[in-house]
Structure formats: structure tokens, C-alpha cells
Design a binder for this molecule. Structure first.
Ligand code: ZN
Length: 324
């Protein structure tokens, strides 16, 4: 049984065309068909286009879910191909809900919370769902920070497996992790732009230069507290402000605010972070912060829809670099 779809010209999805509330979301993505319609619109905004031959005429297969067969060359194309939903046994509505909750919760959501909210059968299912969504957190080829950028370092206290939920490991050097952060300064210091956070083994010039090289665009200006590890980083200007410890929050106000937010967040949502997973949680914080004004983009990134337009990009996503 085949059913032809009309290849009418569709308009590009407007940025504002995104559910603003849970009620609106539930209404819009009430069933599988609604989710498929959204994916089709995102994937083929100007109508179906066969990736094999470029023809626009296709039949939706009744025997395979969410799959179209090209009328010209017979190639079958799934609307979820290239996204993290491909070959999943979970309903699309579950994927959509999970991505929506993750993208819109200002503090993030744990696997346990997700299991309860979506009534998932097992914790393992919820955990895997979270892990797959987290694969989308580091966008491949993301643009490095540019212009004036605060670069600073801090120490985060980690929780070991055996530590109590509060206060463990405070004095032990083993319970501490070194962190470097960078914050774009916009509008002459009025507000932060995008951020980056990276775990580092030490504050040596080698570690700090590697961070700067990976996260700052050539020509950017690194504003630092004058620590000797920063000067000489290739490709960027250095703007050192040598200060005593007490005044650092005045010279580098935004990085200090970000650091303190990370620490509060880590304690509040996760009761402290563990060393083993630290970078993936930092990535999550960065992802959410950098998309704080564009939740629709966060939602699409999480589902891999944005990546589905460029399959190669998705291949890069699933490499270990993405740190699930
Ligand atoms: Zn074709």
C-alpha cells in the first residue's frame, strides 16, 4: 500500500514557530504523525527531495514507518535517517518530549527525573535516552569564541563514589579538578556571549595554550588575570591584568560569575559532580548556556535534526569527541 504525498512548496520553518509551553508542546506533538510532519518540514522545507537522484516525487510507505520511496529511482529514505532517533524502538513522541525537557529546563534534567516524567519502563531506558541526547551537546565545527574573551581558571571540588552527598573531599587534593573557562564579552562588557569550559590536568602553559587554541578564534583578545601560563598563546592577543586574588572578580567579572553558577548548578542538580563524568556535565552546562535565548535551536540540536541536513556532520557527532 502506497500513499502519495503532495510535493507542495513549503515555507522555511520560522524561528518563532516553536512551542512556548508544555501545554502547547503537548498539543502540537500529540502523536507520531505530528512528530513525523515536523521532521518532514525540517528536513525538506521545500518539499521532499530524493538524496539519490534529487527528484521531488515520492511515496510514503505504509509498511515501513516514516519512510519515503522515490518515484523515480526507488530509493527509500527515512525521515529520521542521520538523526539520533534513527533505528530507535522508542516512539518519536518520547524522543520529542525528552529533547524538549532537556532543552527547556534551565537547570537540566537527570535520567531519573526523565524516567518519572515520561513514565519510561526502566531507568536504563531513560539513561540511554539521556546519553544519546547528550551526544548532541558538542556541535561539531562550532565557531570558536571571538573578539574580547575573558579566560580564567578555577578549581571544582568533586565527589567520589564513597563521599557523602554534602561536603566530601573538601580538603583532599584528589577531590579537586582544575578547570579553564572562557567567556565572550559583548557590548563593551554589558553581558556575556558564548562560553567554553574545559577540564585541564594543570595550569601549565602547555595546557592553557591548548585550551586557547581550541576555543578562541585567531585574532581574539584573551583577557586574563596575568597568570604566567597565558602569554605566548599562538594566534591571539593577550590582555593581562595582574591583580591580587581578591580583585580578580572585578577584572574578570563574567568568568567568575559563570564559575560560581557552574558550582551551584553542580551541587543543586547533581549533588556534586564526579571526576569521571565531569567534562560531559561541563559540556551540558555550556550547551544550555549558549542556547539560553534559542531554545528551539537547542531542541533541534538535541534531536540531531539540524545535523540531518548534512549527514557528514552527524558522522562527526558520533565520534568519541562528542563525549556522550
Ligand atoms: Zn530518487
Amino acid at each position: 500500500m502506497l500513499e502519495q504525498i503532495a510535493n507542495t512548496t513549503r515555507q522555511e520553518t520560522a524561528v518563532t514557530d516553536f512551542p512556548r509551553s508544555l501545554v502547547e508542546f503537548q498539543r502540537r506533538f500529540a502523536d507520531e504523525a505530528a512528530c513525523v510532519a515536523y521532521l518532514v518540514q525540517e528536513r525538506w522545507p521545500r518539499g521532499f527531495c530524493c538524496p539519490g537522484c534529487g527528484t521531488g516525487k515520492a511515496w510514503q510507505l505504509q509498511t515501513k514507518p516514516w519512510t519515503w520511496e522515490c518515484a523515480a529511482c526507488g530509493r527509500q529514505t527515512s525521515v529520521t535517517a542521520g538523526t539520533i532517533m534513527h533505528h530507535s524502538k522508542l516512539p518519536l513522541t518520547t524522543w520529542f518530549w525528552a529533547a524538549y525537557l532537556m532543552a527547556t529546563h534551565s537547570n537540566g534534567i537527570s535520567a531519573l527525573q526523565l524516567q518519572r516524567q515520561l513514565a519510561l519502563g526502566s531507568y536504563k531506558t531513560a539513561w540511554l535516552l539521556c546519553a544519546k541526547l547528550r551526544r548532541s551537546l558538542v556541535a561539531p565545527g562550532r565557531a570558536p569564541l571571538a573578539g574580547l574573551v575573558e579566560v580564567d581558571e578555577t578549581v571544582i571540588v568533586c565527589r567520589s563514589k564513597n563521599d557523602p552527598l554534602t561536603g566530601g573531599g573538601g580538603r583532599s587534593h584528589q577531590g579537586k579538578i582544575l578547570l579553564v573557562g572562557a567567556v565572550e564579552i559583548q557590548d563593551g562588557g554589558a553581558g556575556p556571549g558564548r562560553i567554553r569550559l574545559q577540564q585541564v590536568p594543570d595550569y601549565s602553559a602547555q595546557s592553557l595554550h591548548a585550551f586557547v587554541a581550541a576555543n578562541l578564534a585567531p585574532g581574539a583578545t584573551a583577557k586574563t588575570d596575568g597568570w604566567s601560563g597565558y602569554p605566548g598563546a599562538p594566534g591571539v592577543r593577550h590582555d593581562p591584568h595582574v591583580v591580587g586574588k581578591m580583585a580578580a572578580h572585578i577584572v574578570l567579572p563574567w568568568s567568575h560569575r559563570i564559575f560560581s553558577n557552574v558550582k551551584v548548578w553542580a551541587l543543586g542538580v547533581y549533588h556534586g559532580l564526579r571526576r569521571r563524568h565531569l567534562q560531559s556535565y561541563l559540556d551540558e552546562f555550556v550547551f544550555r548556556f549558549n542556547r539560553r535565548r534559542t531554545r528551539h535551536a537547542a531542541f533541534q540540536s538535541l534531536l540531531g535534526i539540524a545535523a540531518a541536513r548534512a549527514p557528514l556532520t552527524y558522522n562527526m557527532l558520533i565520534t568519541p569527541e562528542a563525549k556522550a
